[in-house]
Design a protein around this ligand. Structure first.
Ligand code: GLU
Length: 429
């Protein structure tokens, strides 16, 4: 199968690992497992809509900068397109396309009635003022106005965006429609229809997967030594929840480096330190400085990459010492590294399962909004936990029964559900 010819926006370096080609390889492996026909594979490997818009923005100094914003809608066979909006300098159309495809399989695997999409703008949000970010977000939303909506495509936060950006998106959309439309985004502030529990949801889902995987090995979170790469929304939530459950978080990093403490880091103190230091953990006094590269190869029980793609590659895979790798980020382990780890008997819990807690609570937020009934946090967490544990069990059962990796099992379940729905719906015209 050849990947559709999406042009990356920048010239890739020789070491460039194309995220879209990787996503297609995972689809191909699942398709082989499911014995899908070539036509079905072609439909599923091509995003349905690829949208790039130009975003002219007036900087605070009066200069005009024109940014490119993307939204890729991969598949809406099971329901409205769903997926986050990423603000990060490494955003490319290929990356957004890959992440949109992952959303399709993630939603199908979790049994929630959505398709997959992703959006992104290649900016470093730290280099823009709040006013500039608001103008960028509003113009991006307005350019996409005909392509999003509560039953069309529902954006949510992703790396570099938060409830604040979702509120701007919701407001821009609503003003243009002439009435409030809270369902156009999820991950909103509580004041405009957000869900309790959404802020910690991705981290909670990761914690549930780690807990279940340890239980399968006759172990508990108590005293388990965990290393987490990334201390953003997701990484920090994972650290807090795991530490609360008794795990020992021995190392954590943010973009510029990390900290290590063999006896376990004080996560509340670390969170407070990062909040005062532009979200960086570097220089935290109660730990030893460590580089991101060293952090990944530390001896530990569980390694949780919760930052960017392609962090565990052919170059460092042989030094990974964890027995359980849990992908809180999207695609942090490359295809070949994944194969090496699996061969060595290391369990890798794949992104479309491990980080699905966020989109699950997005779904619960959407359901609460549509029914005008809002739940307390306990109810939200219970509903999410049920869907996460169910998906985890399905993946592990399939992995054991078919003697395949949890990743292949997860993809086979997700892709398989979409393929059946495609067959049942048939092809128009
Ligand atoms: N950005 C998150 C993800 O990649 C959440 C998406 C959503 O809630 O729609 O899963």
């Amino acid at each position: 199968m050849t990947a559709p010819s999406l042009q990356p926006l920048e010239v890739p370096s020789p070491a460039y690992i194309c995220p879209f080609d990787q996503a297609c390889s995972y689809l191909e492996a699942a398709a082989k497992q499911l014995k899908l026909d070539g036509g079905t594979i072609s439909i599923l490997s091509n995003p349905r809509k690829v949208i790039t818009v130009s975003i002219p923005v007036k900087r605070d100094n009066g200069e005009i900068e024109v940014l490119a914003g993307h939204r890729v809608q991969h598949c809406d066979i099971l329901g409205p397109y769903k997926g986050g909006t990423r603000y990060h300098p490494a955003v490319t159309l290929r990356e957004v396309s890959a992440l949109a495809m992952l959303m399709t399989w993630k939603c199908a695997l979790l049994g929630i009635p959505y398709g997959g999409a992703k959006g992104g703008i290649a900016i470093d949000p730290k280099r823009y003022s709040v006013g500039e970010l608001e103008r960028i977000t509003r113009r991006y939303t307005s350019e996409l106005i005909k392509n999003i909506g509560p039953s069309v495509d529902i954006p949510a936060p992703d790396m570099g965006t938060s409830p604040r950006e979702m509120a701007w998106m919701m407001d821009t959309y609503s003003v243009n429609m002439g009435h409030a439309v809270p369902g156009v985004v999820t991950g909103k502030p509580l004041s405009i229809g957000g869900s309790r529990g959404r802020d910690m949801a991705t981290g909670r889902g990761v914690m549930i997967c780690v807990r279940e995987a340890l239980a399968d090995r006759g172990k508990s979170l108590q005293g388990t030594r965990v290393v987490i790469q990334g201390f953003g929304n997701v990484g920090s939530a994972i650290a807090i929840l795991l530490a609360e459950a008794g795990a020992k978080v021995i190392a954590v990093s943010s973009g510029a480096g990390g900290v290590y403490a063999e006896s376990g880091l004080d996560i509340s103190a670390l969170k407070a330190y990062a909040a005062d230091n532009r979200r960086s953990v570097v220089g935290f006094p109660q730990g030893t400085p460590i580089s991101n590269a060293q952090l990944l190869t530390l001896p530990c029980d569980v390694l949780i990459p919760a930052a960017l793609e392609n962090q565990i590659t052919e170059d460092n895979v042989n030094q990974i010492q964890a027995q359980l790798v849990v992908e809180a980020a999207n695609a942090p382990v490359t295809l070949s590294a994944d194969q090496s780890l699996t061969k060595r008997g290391v369990t890798v819990l794949p992104d479309i399962l491990a980080n699905a807690g966020g989109v699950v609570v997005s779904y619960l937020e959407w359901v609460q909004g549509l029914s005008y009934v809002f739940w307390d946090e306990k109810r939200v967490n219970q509903e999410m936990e049920h869907l996460m544990v169910q998906a985890y069990r399905q993946v592990m059962t399939q992995s054991q029964q078919q003697q395949i990796s949890p990743r292949l099992a997860a993809y086979s379940i997700g892709v398989g559900r979409v393929a059946i729905a495609l067959q049942d719906r048939g092809l128009y015209p």
